[in-house]
Write a protein that binds this ligand. Structure first.
Ligand code: ZN
Length: 413
């Protein structure tokens, strides 16, 4: 039961019931497509006549289309309704420490073209780089697509104030309080959406895979990359907290004498479980040397230093040091997940990142560490699963930022 916010509300108008019903129709079509009008009416418990104007408006707006026919037992052939994805594009950008990715996708998250670039040192340089790539992607792959492009979704490795579009703090990039959304929108000339990567990934699970997330009311998405971040979804809504820091478990210290973290503290969950930590443990085991130098520059890809993909590959090939490094990462991930399970008892936890390629090595230590770190009962009901859209999980998050608002429940009251 949601309380009406008497300080921040929208009044219903004459068109509100119709808007609400149109969104419901659109969401049902998206989840059950291809779907006939009769089936849609049955699912909504209304007469077909009630549906007709709503479906007509959605067809006219280009949101859905009528597709061929489906044979039935009696030989009647109803027209099926589908959400229109073809010819409707989204530019998705995934900004990471080191290397970033940008893609042209359709609104359902099917990638049309993808490119990578070295992440610039400053937000100003990033805006210019993004503008160049967007122009090139649209010119090459969607010559008539600039008008059909629904917007640019940008996921960032840090806290984002969604209302003002400012990046509050990205520890690894060292960027603070940057008005990134307006700067990108003005330069690229496209409606721009920004969000922290794990929250965007949670949104992608909600909106791009509705049939999968339908079965759980609440879930957590844990992104393990250069950092560790968490997005939380409760009853179909993303939890943001009072000041956009809900889910910032990555910098909770689990071990005050643990390795140093980019935030300046020691033993943060991120410092124990991020890709750099896994690689460092592996390199230290192989060379016998403890890592040296500045933490921020150290934990990235350097010549002679294997990347996380290589460590994962060696582990899957059976190399003992690599297996040990990943098993320890699994334990460390599980230690942090115990906090999430205790705080929030989600029905499911998704893990996204390069390490999930070695899920067979991670699953057991993750689960054992959750069991060891929680009261009996809660943890046994939480599924922990890898995000299978491995190579593009954060780009899908960026796509969801642009497409989700079309489907969202209208906020009134
Ligand atoms: Zn930290």
């Amino acid at each position: 039961m949601r309380k009406i916010n008497t300080r921040n509300f929208r009044l219903a108008t004459r068109s509100t019931p119709r808007d609400v019903n149109r969104r419901i129709v659109l969401n049902l079509i998206r989840e059950y497509q291809p779907i006939s009008r009769a089936e849609l009416a049955r699912r909504m418990s209304v007469r077909r006549g009630t549906l007709t104007p709503l479906v007509r408006e959605l067809v006219d707006s280009g949101a859905i289309f009528e597709k061929g026919t489906a044979a039935t037992a009696r030989g009647r052939r109803p027209t099926m309704l589908c959400v229109r994805t073809r010819g409707r594009f989204v530019v998705a950008a995934d900004i990471r420490w080191g290397q970033s990715a940008i893609a042209l996708s359709d609104v359902a998250g099917r990638m049309i073209a993808r490119d990578t670039f070295d992440t610039p040192a400053t937000p100003e340089a990033l805006v210019e780089t993004l503008a160049d790539h967007v122009t090139r992607l649209l010119r090459t792959h969607a010559p008539h697509g600039a008008e059909a492009c629904q917007g640019l979704g940008l996921v960032l490795p840090g806290m984002v104030d969604r209302k003002t579009g400012r990046l509050i703090y990205a520890p690894r990039l060292g960027w603070r309080n940057v008005d990134i959304r307006s700067a990108v929108a003005a330069r690229v000339g496209m409606k721009t959406y920004i969000e922290s990567a794990p929250i965007a990934c949670a949104l992608a699970r909600l909106w791009l895979e509705p049939d999968v997330t339908r079965s759980v009311n609440s879930f957590a998405y844990v992104s393990v990359s250069e950092g560790v971040g968490v997005g939380l979804a409760v009853n179909g809504e993303i939890l943001r907290g009072e000041h956009h820091t809900a889910g910032e478990f990555g910098h909770v210290s689990l071990d005050s004498s643990g390795p140093e973290c980019v935030c300046g503290r020691r033993g943060c969950w991120e410092a124990l479980a991020c890709n750099g930590a896994t690689v460092e443990r592996y390199v230290a085991a192989v060379t016998g040397n403890a890592p040296r130098g500045d933490i921020r520059t150290r934990r990235t890809r350097r010549p002679g230093f294997p990347g996380i993909e290589e460590v994962v590959r060696r582990a899957r090939g059976g190399e003992t040091a690599a297996v040990r490094a990943l098993v320890e990462t699994g334990e460390n991930i599980g230690r942090g997940l115990a906090l999430i399970v205790s705080a929030f008892n989600p029905g499911r936890i998704y893990i996204g990142g390069e390490i999930t390629e070695a899920w067979e090595l991670l699953e057991r230590p993750i689960k054992d560490a959750i069991m060891a770190g929680t009261m009996p009962g809660g943890a046994t009901t939480t599924q922990v699963v890898p995000d299978t859209s491995l190579a593009q999980y954060r780009l899908l998050g960026a796509v969801a930022l642009v497409t989700a608002p079309t489907y969202m429940a209208l906020a009134v009251g």
